[in-house]
Design a protein around this ligand. Structure first.
Ligand code: UDP
Ligand code: MG
Length: 140
């Protein structure tokens, strides 16, 4: 499998509870390398633009408010099959369904406040990385 990059976000519920280091340890233990990372505060409009694919869903407004409610840590993870590997490390969207040992099983508070975002495919990974990072910020 090829080396890939994927976009990860440590969400407000996790940054507020000081879990950035514990979550990063899960990525690194799984062989994912954090090749770019920054802590930022999104506006609701920026969160809405990032999650535009969900704009018809009933939870969209709440999701945008939540993502702008406290700082997030946006990061690029690199590794063999990084997109699928990160989804494995994250666990299912709803923490009630997340496998033991995954980030969402251990840390998520609810289906909405579920601690992490991860890209779901090569095309979305590319778009989502470009949404937050310039080429100069990706140092490998
Ligand atoms: N979400 C929610 N309610 C739902 C489904 C999703 O609040 O019923 C939120 C949740 O924060 C989730 C995000 O919307 O992580 C994006 O949903 P998606 O289905 O893409 O899940 P993910 O890819 O994050 O597992
Ligand atoms: Mg998704």
């Amino acid at each position: 499998m090829a080396t890939e990059r994927t976009l990860s976000i440590i969400k407000p519920d996790a940054t507020k509870r000081n879990l950035t280091g514990k979550i990063n340890a899960k990525f690194e233990d799984a062989g994912l390398r954090i090749v770019a990372q920054k802590r930022i505060q999104l506006t609701p409009a920026q969160a809405g633009q990032f999650y535009a694919v969900h704009k018809e869903r009933p939870f969209y407004g709440e999701l945008c408010e939540f993502m702008a409610s406290a700082p997030v840590v946006v990061q690029v993870l690199e590794g063999e099959g990084a997109i699928a590997k990160n989804r494995e490390v994250m666990g299912a969207t709803n923490p009630a369904d997340a496998a033991p040992g995954t980030i969402r099983a251990e840390f998520a508070e609810s289906v909405g406040e579920n601690s992490v975002h991860g890209s779901d495919a090569p095309e979305t990974a590319k778009e989502e990385i470009a949404f937050f990072f310039s080429g100069l910020e990706l140092v490998g």
